[in-house]
Structures are given as structure tokens and as C-alpha cells.
Design a protein around this ligand. Structure first.
Ligand code: FA5
Length: 350
């Protein structure tokens, strides 16, 4: 190998080994591989060589180019992992027995995960919608393919007002309004519907370590031409890896919801017990976190969207359970306790 190439390789290796921050790696990439970089400059200086020399020299420079690009790629991966590990190590460890740290206010852990999820989806072009907690039977059930006599209603008993309205049992209650809001204006002009809508839900059910009668969900929907299950899986994976910032085990299994077909249950391996089984996961090692599926044609039709032309996915993420998993909170009831012992353990930027 030519002396000049060898020297540049050594110089590159020396600089690379001293780098400890991701931002410095970018500078190194530009300095060696950029348009005006030192390796690129070697190629430009070949014009005075004979054809044989050019061949050998060019091949060696290209080898160095590949070598440098691979080493930078490897180091990027190492530094990215290190950065995530540092962020995880800096996270608070939740301890219900610890005394309240101080009396200053902070965001609630559910608000913290809600904001994290919103940031991820906003960065992928989703809008964030707000919706009422008091809804009609039509919004909560009939518009999402659950007619009056449907057995799926038994799973979601809720609280009824004297005027016949009810406290919404699922964020799916906003699906119809959002399809109608964006359907004609956006989708018919070629813009996909991409919306998330977090909200408080209510169910008349017995509480235990993983069930509350008041909890939060975050619904998401995307509708356009040719939307498939692959799009759904992509968005779910991106959201979970951004929120947890580490590899977590998930499983997708068939699930029945009248408003999707096909429907799935997305479970995550319980992070409280590591999958061994505990009260937080009903001793199964898995926690139901985010049911999802392809929006049923009846729901699209009811929302004013032609199901022969458009398809879409929807999901209903359990935000309260996500907060439990993210912060290691063993009992869901601690989250509604209003106890400063719990709340003061979280910071606004966690
Ligand atoms: C639903 O509510 C569906 N609307 C979700 C959906 C949306 C499916 C769009 C398909 C398409 P489910 O009842 O399983 O499904 O509740 C969704 C999530 O909310 C659960 O996985 C769980 O994480 C959370 N959840 C449900 N009930 C409770 C409860 N009592 N306490 C705490 N979290 C709950």
C-alpha cells in the first residue's frame, strides 16, 4: 500500500479512538469522507499517475474509504448504545416506601409518558386531538360497530348520566368525529389522516394491581390508500423503542374488537418481574398494552370514508400501564392516589 495511504489510515485510526461523543463522529466523517475530505482528496490527486499506478492506487484508496466508513458506523453504534444506557441509568428508581422528597410540583408520570408518546407521533406527522370525556352511546359504541345488543358492550360497562350520555370507556369514542373532521377536507385531497387522541377513560370494574376504574388511553389512527398491517407494526415498534429507549420483548396475537378486522393484542413482557409473573401482570409475565388492527369497513363508512378506496389502522394504547412499565410502578392504584410519596419521585424531564 502507498505510503501516503498508510499514513492517512493511521491518522484516521488515531483520531477515531479519541472520540467519545456522537457529534464529534460527524466532524470526523466530513473531515475524511466528505467532498473536501482527506480520503476524497487522495482520489482527486491521481490524475498525474500512469494507468497501472492509477488502478492500484485507486483500489487502495477505495479500500481505505470502505474501512473508514465501516469503523465510523461501528463507533456510531457503540456511542449510541452508551448514550441510551446513560439515559436509562439516570432515570429515577420508583420506591413507594421512600419519603416525599419535597413539596414542589411536578408532572404526573402519566402526563410524562403521554408527552413522550405525543413527541414521537408528532415527529412522524401525526396531529394530537383532544376529545370530550362525556360522550353519547353512538360515539362510544354504535359508530365503532358495536350496536345496542352486541356482547362486546359487556367488557366495557361504564358510568351513565341521567341524560343518557356516558363517561367514555375507550378513546375509540373519538374515532368517528376524527374521521369526519379530516375525511372530506384532507383525505379526498390526497393527505392521509394521521391523528392521535389521548384521553381519560372510565369503566365500572373491580380494581386490582393492573386495573383501575379511571385510566388513560391514547388512540391512534392512520387512513390512506394502501395502508397495511406493516405500517401498523412499524409505528408501534417506533413508538415503543422511543419511549423505552431499550429493547423490550413484545408479542402480537389475534384479538377481537368489533371496530377492527383483523384485530391484534400487542403485549409487552412485564418489566416489573422480567416476565416471571407477578400481580402487575396477573402472573402471566405479559401485559396487554396496545390492542390494534385494521379499521373495520363499517367504521370507515360511518365516518364518511369509502372503504373500497381507503384502508387504515387504529390502536388503543394503555397509557397508564405504559407509565407503570416505564417507571417500574407495581400497583396501578398508586397512580391515582394523589400521594406526594409517589408524585415527588418524578421530574418534569424524566
Ligand atoms: C380498547 O379499549 C380498544 N378501544 C382498543 C383498540 C383501539 C383496539 C383501536 C383496536 C383498535 P381494551 O379494552 O383492551 O381495548 O383497552 C385497551 C388498553 O387500555 C388495554 O390494553 C390496557 O392497556 C388499557 N386498559 C383497559 N382497561 C383498563 C383498566 N381497567 N385499567 C387500566 N388500563 C386499562
Amino acid at each position: 500500500m502507498d505510503e501516503k495511504i498508510l499514513r492517512l489510515k493511521e491518522e484516521f485510526e488515531g483520531e477515531l479512538s479519541n472520540i467519545t461523543e456522537l457529534s464529534e463522529l460527524d466532524r470526523l466523517r466530513v473531515a475524511y469522507l466528505g467532498k473536501k475530505g482527506s480520503i476524497t482528496a487522495l482520489l482527486k490527486g491521481m490524475k498525474d499517475l500512469s494507468p497501472e499506478e492509477k488502478k492500484a492506487f485507486g483500489a487502495d484508496v477505495n479500500m481505505l474509504k470502505e474501512f473508514a466508513a465501516e469503523r465510523i458506523e461501528e463507533k456510531t453504534e457503540i456511542l449510541r448504545k452508551k448514550q441510551i444506557e446513560e439515559e436509562i441509568a439516570a432515570m429515577p428508581v420508583f420506591d413507594i416506601t421512600a419519603p416525599a422528597a419535597d413539596n414542589s410540583g411536578s408532572y404526573h408520570p402519566i402526563t410524562l409518558v403521554q408527552r413522550q408518546c405525543e413527541a414521537v407521533f408528532k415527529s412522524m406527522g401525526f396531529t394530537v386531538e383532544d376529545y370530550s370525556e362525556v360522550v353519547t352511546d353512538y360515539e362510544c359504541f354504535e359508530a365503532v360497530n358495536i350496536p345496542k345488543d352486541h356482547p362486546a358492550r359487556d367488557m366495557q360497562d361504564t358510568y351513565y348520566l341521567e341524560n343518557g350520555q356516558l363517561l367514555k370507556s375507550q378513546t375509540s369514542a373519538a374515532q368517528n368525529a376524527i374521521l369526519r373532521k379530516y375525511g372530506p377536507g384532507l383525505i379526498n385531497n390526497g393527505v392521509p389522516i394521521k391523528a392521535i387522541f389521548p384521553g381519560r377513560c372510565f369503566r365500572n370494574e373491580a380494581t386490582d394491581a393492573c386495573h383501575e376504574n379511571t385510566f388513560f388511553q391514547m388512540e391512534g389512527m392512520m387512513v390512506d390508500k394502501n395502508i397495511s398491517i406493516s405500517n401498523l407494526i412499524y409505528f408501534m415498534k417506533t413508538m415503543l423503542s422511543e419511549v423505552f429507549r431499550k429493547d423490550i420483548r413484545v408479542r402480537l396475537r389475534p384479538g377481537f374488537f368489533p371496530f377492527v378486522e383483523p384485530g391484534f393484542e400487542l403485549d409487552i413482557s412485564c418489566l416489573i418481574c422480567g416476565g416471571d409473573g407477578c400481580p402487575s401482570c396477573k402472573h402471566s409475565g405479559w401485559l396487554e398494552l396496545c390492542p390494534c388492527g385494521m379499521i373495520h369497513p363499517n367504521v370507515l363508512r360511518e365516518g364518511g370514508i369509502d372503504p373500497d378506496e381507503y384502508t387504515g389502522f387504529a390502536f388503543g394504547l394503555g397509557l397508564t400501564r405504559l407509565a407503570m412499565m416505564k417507571y417500574g410502578i407495581k400497583d396501578i392504584r398508586d397512580l391515582n392516589s394523589g400521594s406526594l410519596k409517589v408524585l415527588s419521585q418524578f421530574r418534569d424531564d424524566d
